[in-house]
Design a protein around this ligand. Sequence first.
Ligand code: ATP
Ligand code: MG
Length: 174
Amino acid sequence: MFTKILVPTDGSVHAEKAERLGADLALTYGAELVFLSVIEGGALTSVGKQLVREKGLDVGVLVGTPQMAMHAPEGAPVVPEAEHTLASSRIQAELAERLASDAKARAESLGVGKVKGLTRDGKVAEAILEAAADENVDLIVMGSRGLGSLKGLLVGSVSTKVSHLAECTCISVK
Ligand SMILES: Nc1ncnc2c1ncn2[C@@H]1O[C@H](COP(=O)(O)OP(=O)(O)OP(=O)(O)O)[C@@H](O)[C@H]1O
Ligand SMILES: [Mg+2]
């Protein structure tokens, strides 16, 4: 039924559910599995920062003013304000690598044979659609929501855009 499955992941609870379903379907159909984490750039959100800490990435502390620097944890590498944009991009790239490789390792431990983890830069929905076309996948499994903070929404903007524009079947996991 399916031969190659793309699972875009942002490390959210919904994306983790999508990872598990993607792995399960890959096992069921003997399909290849591709995980993708898109690096959007721009400032890190607080949820993003929390995820970075959870993953234990060594990224330094982003501080604005000298007063904030004084309150940084003892011995923590402090990133001056002028370098925040660069540091945020580097942190996001590290986080994306980690999300894709963690997902790959989990799928392998479940027995999926052909699996890879990718990252891409750019606008999230567009990057997912491009990867789906480049990788020639016939199924996308993604979360209905992600890390976004707009609690009232039932479905996130990335999920909405990808499911509307994807040329293959797209499953949105609740
Ligand atoms: N940066 C990303 N890289 C890869 N996949 C992503 C990324 N962001 C979101 N996704 C995928 O899209 C799904 C839905 O997330 P989406 O971003 O649409 O919801 P949200 O974060 O709650 O809302 P919004 O971003 O519109 O505020 C996620 O579960 C994940 O599968
Ligand atoms: Mg989002």
